[in-house]
Ligand binder design. Structure first.
Ligand code: ZN
Length: 129
């Protein structure tokens, strides 16, 4: 079995697949994403799609052109974006709450899992400190 078959997980492109299985990705994040994939698969019968893993400084500035000094956990291999296409906001909120009950970010005012849209569509942003 190849690594790629470990979880019921789809990837936006080969880049996201390569980054997800990179040893640079924070190991906690790897397993949280895997758990989300298993949850979505067992409960809803579909594979969620990993849309973003690593982000370069240039890519970060393109998303937040008005905040050139703003940094993201994606630049440090500690953030992933995932979406279960076909599931509504309530189903995504349920996944978010499930993740946040199990994994505490460890910084007041911050959550491990957020459901948001910053201009590229609604998705779950998952992060570790
Ligand atoms: Zn994100």
């Amino acid at each position: 079995m190849e690594n790629a078959d470990l979880f019921p997980l789809a990837f936006k492109s080969p880049r996201q697949r390569q980054e997800f299985y990179s040893p640079k990705l924070d190991a906690r994040l790897f397993w949280i994403i895997g758990l989300i994939a298993l949850w979505v698969s067992r409960k809803h019968g579909l594979a969620p799609e990993l849309t973003d893993v690593y982000r370069t400084g240039e890519e970060q500035r393109r998303i937040y052109p008005n905040e050139p000094t703003r940094r993201s956990v994606h630049q440090f291999w500690r953030g992933c974006d995932i979406v279960a296409r076909g599931l509504n906001a309530a189903a995504h909120a349920e996944i978010r709450d499930f993740v946040n009950r199990l994994f505490h970010y460890g910084k007041p005012g911050h959550e491990t899992c957020i459901y948001h849209d910053v201009g590229k569509g609604w998705h779950l942003h998952v992060q570790v400190k």
